[in-house]
Design a protein around this ligand. Structure first.
Ligand code: RIB
Length: 343
């Protein structure tokens, strides 16, 4: 049977209030011997505090919510792990839910978390939320608890946000290919026009334009940020005569690599690749994939620090924090310059 404060008080021959003060490390006039005795009895009887009872008094559940769009995507599972670990260090439990990239699920899961009495919310909205911005924005605006949009944000919403500079990331990726002598470069993008998708496409266009390179219609191939869609783009990439491909996320790159290997296309000899997220090199043997790294640990840490100060009411102004991505160079890009034959 679960041990209660009352049982410990009886065993220590003291009041329930004293036990509560001691176990919550609150200041009190109780002798050190008695304190030690109370703690020992609690330990011996495997006492665990009843958070529900405590939250009736403190009005805090010590629980936070996290809505992510795709738990199967390594980017989000890593982000989730970082946030969960960090929250736990600060005494918060995290309820993690997955929207499967559906805005209706964003709305439904938000209600579900609110019903659990969370103290704060982290949300990475689904891609489809960008096609239903008004509805999702008005739901978020109605929240009375602190919330932070992570990675996928709405520019027009005046709320706390932590995200990466996606134009910069894809500009660096495309420029790197161009600097290696590539002029015909495909871009595998996401089909829904979320902010990240638009920004990543913008960075690609910016680099191509700056170098006077033409973007033919067939260079732009749509996926959906998932492995299967990357696989499906494979035949188009092979047939459109480009020498390089910029893939706007790792999951699609993974699918594409599978198709290329089935077709015996060698990286980088036959086709050069730059991907986004820099998460594949831990898993793929034989090819090092040049990629844009978004420091997920830092993203999670910055978001958690901000959440803690929001909960403690330390923040007076809305913060929109934009982090820098980084180009990580491996061996998936052929250098036409050293071969003396720019393409
Ligand atoms: O891989 C999923 C992508 O969706 C990531 O690159 C992340 O930035 C997100 O928005």
């Amino acid at each position: 049977m679960k041990v209660k404060l009352k049982d410990i008080a009886e065993k220590a021959n003291t009041s329930i209030t004293s036990v509560s003060l001691v176990l919550n490390n609150k200041p009190c006039r109780i002798s050190d011997e008695k304190k030690a005795l109370i703690k020992q009895i609690a330990k011996d009887n495997n006492y665990t505090p009843n958070i529900n009872a405590r939250s009736l008094i403190t009005k805090e559940t010590k629980t936070l919510g996290l809505i992510i769009p795709d738990i199967e995507n390594i980017f989000f599972s890593k982000l989730t792990k970082t946030i969960e670990t960090y929250c736990r260090q600060f005494g918060y439990a995290l309820i993690i839910v997955n929207s499967n990239d559906e805005y209706k699920e964003d709305l439904h899961l938000l209600d579900l978390l609110l019903a659990r009495g969370i103290d704060g919310l982290f949300i990475t909205v689904s891609n489809s939320a960008y096609n239903h911005k008004e509805e999702v924005c008005s739901k978020l605006k109605s929240l009375t608890i602190p919330y932070i949009m992570i990675d996928r944000v709405f520019d027009e919403l005046d709320c706390n946000q932590v995200y990466f500079d996606n134009v910069k990331g894809s500009y660096m990726a495309t420029k790197y290919l161009i600097e290696n002598g590539h002029t015909m470069i495909s871009c595998i993008t996401n089909s829904i026009y979320s902010k990240n998708t638009v920004s990543r496409f913008e960075g690609y266009k910016k680099a191509m334009k700056e170098h006077g390179l033409k973007i033919k219609d067939e260079y732009i191939i749509q996926g959906d940020y998932r492995i299967q869609s990357g696989y499906n783009t494979g035949d188009m990439v092979i047939s459109n005569n480009t020498t390089a491909v910029f893939v706007t996320n790792d999951m699609m790159a993974l699918g594409l690599l599978k198709r290329l290997s089935e077709k015996n296309i060698k990286i980088p000899e036959d086709l050069s690749i730059v991907s986004y997220d820099n998460l594949l090199n831990d898993f793929i043997i034989g090819i090092g994939i040049t990629s844009i790294d978004q420091n997920i640990s830092n993203l999670g840490k910055v978001a958690c620090d901000l959440m803690l100060s929001l909960i403690k009411n330390e923040e007076t102004e809305i913060k929109k924090i934009c982090l820098d991505p980084q180009l990580i160079i491996k061996r998936s890009v052929k250098n036409f310059n050293t071969l003396g034959q720019g393409r």
